[in-house]
Design a binder for this molecule. Structure first.
Ligand code: KIV
Length: 279
């Protein structure tokens, strides 16, 4: 059974911690789903960890839809959230709704995510009213990195903390089913989590959020450019891949791979016949 937004909200009521993780293609999405992770986010972070862009800003809706389709083909149970990229919901509520609809209709996602608070609340409302669940995202919103002046902790002054609280309320009142709090002091996200009825999903926002989200490449050690302070590397797959590829490289060069076990045999008579014909 597919996880519903009702079940996600219920998890907050029951104080069950909500697990969310990114995935960007079929094979990993299938593995993540099989573990039982209830929310899979096809984040626009794929622009950095998968496509090699310097930020999430160049990511296009076609790139997002391509990856969302691969993910939804691999997922049976989790709620799949498609991340709306830069400039696909900023220009008007009509554009926001049309583009949100593509994630549901073309890519098979169950929900979309948008960055921003008070300023995008009206767009969230329009999308939700059309029957599309929305996950909000405030705090360090990477699509606004040029406005924020870098990837910095948000909400540290009284004014900034109050603004984040107001943004969170606006997102909730607009009808979002949950909200991501990114790179926010733990005390502030604990405060916001207590004040909201919808679940808060933290990334670099402390343990008192109702759930946590991480970028899968960070927790698996697949992205070597940097490891954000908020991430924990549970395994170093980068190192494991390096070791395996080096071994393959050496074995091919040394003529040790493939062995008989990896090859296909043929009747000796057929070989003899071939030799007879060709000489
Ligand atoms: O794009 C992404 O992966 C995200 C998460 C970091 C929340 O927005």
């Amino acid at each position: 059974m597919r996880v519903s937004i009702g079940q996600v909200k219920e998890m907050k009521e029951k104080r069950e911690k909500i697990v969310e993780l990114t995935a960007y293609e079929y094979a990993t999405a299938k593995l993540v789903d099989e573990v039982g992770v209830p929310i899979i986010l096809v984040g626009d972070s794929l622009g950095m960890v998968l496509l090699g862009y310097e930020s999430t800003i160049p990511v296009t809706i076609d790139e997002m839809l391509h990856h969302c389709k691969a993910v939804t083909r691999g997922v049976k149970n989790a709620l799949v959230v498609g991340d709306m990229p830069f400039m696909t919901y900023h220009t008007s509520a009509e554009d926001a709704l049309r583009n949100a609809g593509r994630f549901i209709q073309e890519a098979g996602c169950q929900a979309v995510k948008l960055e921003g608070g008070v300023t995008v609340a009206e767009k969230i409302r329009r999308i939700v009213e059309s029957g599309i669940p929305v996950q909000g995202h405030i705090g360090l919103t990477p699509q606004s990195v040029n406005q924020l002046g870098g990837y910095r902790v948000q909400g540290r002054t009284p004014e900034a903390a109050l603004k984040l609280y107001q943004d969170a309320k606006a997102v909730e009142e607009a009808g979002a089913f949950s909200i991501v709090l990114e790179t926010v002091p733990a005390d502030l996200s604990a405060f916001i989590s207590r004040k909201l009825s919808i679940p808060t999903i933290g990334i670099g926002a402390g343990v008192e959020c109702d759930g946590q989200v991480q970028v899968i490449h960070d927790i698996l050690g697949l992205f070597s450019a940097f490891l954000p302070k908020h991430a924990k590397r549970y395994v170093n797959l980068g190192e494991a891949i390096n070791k395996a590829v080096s071994q393959y490289f050496e074995e091919v060069r040394a003529g040790q791979f493939p062995t008989e076990e990896n090859s296909f045999a043929m009747d000796a008579e057929v070989v003899a016949e071939l030799n007879r014909i060709v000489g």
